[in-house]
Design a protein around this ligand. Sequence first.
Ligand SMILES: [Fe+2]
Length: 281
Amino acid sequence: MDGKALEFVILTDTHFLPRGGTMYGMDPRARLDAAIEVINRDHPDLEFVVILGDLADNGERAAYENLADSVSKLAAPLVLMMGNHDRRGAFRESFPKADDDGTGFIQALRVLPQASILTLDTLDEDGNTHVGILCPKRLEFLERSLHEAPKDRPLLLLQHHHSGKVGLRSMDHYNVRNAEEQWAVFQRAGRKPDYMFHGHIHRPIFGLWHGIPYHIQRGVNHQVGFDLDTDDKIPGSLEGPDYALVRVSTDTIAVHHRQFLYEGPSYWLHDADAVSGRFPA
Ligand SMILES: [Fe+2]
């Protein structure tokens, strides 16, 4: 393996609106602009930044135009993925160079020296539902990618929807509907990803699905509240957003969360003033 660690940043669920639009009192554009400013300043050496889908809230052209203008300020290469709120045609008008697997799905396998990055398109645009779907073409792409990705480095799988149920009932209605077919592909290929990353739930949740570690990232705009039991409506909250910095080195995959809107004090833990509650300006 190359001696240098792989570093990339994950953002998700930007839910863009046409310019000036707000949702739950927040402008998704202002949120992403703030994240980009921090990422450009603090992470000059990224392989890429990925947004794990729900790029736009209603999938309309003007929202993607607004997004294209915002991300034009990002210094690192950008990977964009589909979520249940997205529409591929309108998206491609603003992002004609986005990934295309050759059958129209916005997904790709990137083989890098430290890891392979597989991005899967789980949007059910034909069914017009909010669940995740892996149709036969996408399952085939997944299986081919599992064989193509070199065995000597980790394989990270990124997809908008979570595959296994996480125990948050209102959102567990909207996981990958045919997740067991996905698991069957892993079994047939004799290989499963080393890590899975999702958006969609707008809450930080970590666990294992069939022994595969997964990471679910907060949304850039709004969050889902901590209410595991309500079944028929989705709880909302205004908890702060974050991004994840993922580092892959020879023997380690580490995922760091950063609250990019945090404006409170920064101090040294053993500083006597700080210990007694007096923080530097
Ligand atoms: Fe979302």
